[in-house]
Design a protein around this ligand. Structure first.
Ligand code: GDP
Ligand code: ZN
Length: 459
């Protein structure tokens, strides 16, 4: 892919912020900036050191558009590796828009979504997994999600993939050499070595793949549904959880969406509490959306929190819900334990694992900590957390690893059956390709476009 044009876009989010930034990248960045910028000192942009902020104004002929700070980042030491100009002007809608229009009138093209980052990738400054990490850093909802994304941006996943592919290359080289020899004693050693190396590679792929479940939750949130009969305390519970942990407020007034999501941060785990019928209204989920609809939300949930009123006997409605959530990842809360207890945990054993029953009082805020501990241990299953910050958070990476894993299994079967070397070689070439999807080395151009179209303009 050959890049020869110069692009520009507004890099800051729309709205009335203090500053707005316009970014230009490409060969003509400097000459365009020279046409529209006058420094207060009277010196020209190249008189300053690269990456210095220069105070001045943007002018259209002699009309002053705004007072700005301009930085010139000469390639390859820039975001895209190309010559980049960034202009910091006043925020709001008009300054940025006028300056951008002026730039675009100088034979500069408006950047596509994610095109600055795409150029950084195409110019070899970062690999694809790092480019994708940029979105994740920006959209992270908890500290830990941010940390994992930041690590990926710094190249932790890239390095791991490089390391794995190097091992694959070693095997391929070994196979190439062996294809020319076919004496039996040589063969025996070759198969033994191949098997050993393949198992090593398989273990490493598996280990990485196994982080994907927690990784996905970290990046996208654990989709959680709170269910239970009317009056058992669902709203009280939700308020108690939201009260301390609301991560971001997503209020979109006047929309007719029937699903409202609340992000809360439970011990570093983002929970996306799906409020299918407006839990914040006084209505009750099960009552309002009916059995059919609630079954639907059960099916797509990562976690179901079922609330029971322990001060009342177990009713048919409770049992119906309990039957529906069997075999799902569920926590059952025995609420109102500050009152006289009418439900014993034993009664629930035929429906749920006793490990996932917790006694709480939403009213008195008791047992909520245990709920959080339970969620944490369910998500991490006691293994993944904190061993390293290398996690597969992206479903594209997960798919590629799963394909690589299938191929290494095929290879191992072929080796066990002493299949011809060129047969085994095919599997290893596949593994090489699949791992290359992750860092972008072997990815097709149309897929690249799809990936970068998930970015916003200006990134
Ligand atoms: P929902 O219909 O399931 O959302 O239940 P609500 O959260 O609206 O609660 C119904 C009633 O039960 C309210 O009067 C709450 O104050 C009360 N309630 C909720 N949790 C508790 C609790 O732990 N103990 C006691 N004693 N009352 C509670
Ligand atoms: Zn309610």
């Amino acid at each position: 892919m050959f890049i020869d044009d110069t692009i520009a876009a507004i890099a800051t989010a729309p709205g009335e912020g203090g500053i707005g930034i316009i970014r230009i990248s490409g060969d003509r960045s400097l000459s365009v900036a020279q046409q529209i910028f006058r420094s207060m000192s009277g010196k020209s942009i190249e008189d300053y050191n690269t990456r210095t902020l220069i105070y001045g104004k943007v002018v259209d002929n002699e009309n002053v558009i705004d007072e700005v700070l301009l930085a010139y980042m000469k390639g390859p030491n820039s975001y895209t590796s190309e010559d980049v100009i960034e202009i910091n002007c006043h925020g709001g809608f008009i300054s940025v828009k006028k300056i951008l229009e002026l730039i675009l009138s100088k034979d500069v093209r408006l950047a596509d979504r994610g095109e600055f980052t795409k150029r950084a990738f195409l110019n070899g400054r970062i690999d694809l997994s790092q480019a994708e990490a940029i979105i994740d850093v920006i959209t992270a909802k908890t500290d830990m999600a941010h940390e994992v994304a930041q690590n990926q941006l710094e190249g932790s996943l890239s390095n791991k993939i490089k390391e794995l592919r190097f091992k694959v290359t070693e095997v391929l080289a070994h196979l190439e050499v062996s294809i020319d020899f076919s004496e039996e004693d040589v063969e025996e050693i070759t198969y033994k070595t191949l098997r050993q190396k393949s198992e090593e590679i398989r273990n490493e792929i598996k280990k990485l793949y196994d982080t994907a479940e927690s990784g996905k939750i970290l990046r996208e949130g654990l989709k959680t549904v709170i269910v239970g009969k009317p009056n058992v305390g669902k709203s009280s519970l939700l308020n108690s959880i939201l009260g301390e942990n609301r991560a971001i407020v997503t209020d979109i007034p006047g929309t007719t969406r029937d699903v409202i999501e609340e992000f809360v941060n439970i011990k570093g785990i983002p929970l996306k509490i799906v409020d299918t019928a407006g839990i914040r209204e006084t209505e009750d989920v099960v009552e309002k959306i009916g059995v059919e609809k609630s079954r639907e939300s059960f099916n797509t949930a990562d976690l179901i929190i079922m609330v029971l009123d322990a001060s009342n006997k177990l009713s048919d409605d409770d049992i119906e819900i309990l039957q529906q959530i069997e075999n799902k990842r569920t926590i059952v809360l025995l609420n109102k334990t500050d009152l006289n207890k009418q439900i014993e945990e034993d009664m629930l054993k035929q429906y749920v694992d006793s490990n996932s029953i917790i006694k709480i009082s939403a009213l008195q805020n008791e047992g909520i900590e245990e709920l959080y501990d339970k969620i944490e241990s369910m998500v991490y299953k006691g293994s993944v957390k904190n061993t390293s910050n290398l996690m597969i958070t992206n479903s594209r990476h997960k798919d590629a690893l799963s394909k690589a894993y299938e191929s290494i299994n095929d290879a191992i079967i072929a080796i066990e059956q002493n299949m011809p070397y060129d047969f085994i070689e095919v599997d290893f070439k596949n593994i090489w390709d699949y791992l290359g999807y992750i860092n972008g080395d072997t990815i097709k151009e149309d897929l690249l476009d799809t990936i970068f179209s998930n970015f916003c303009i200006g990134k």
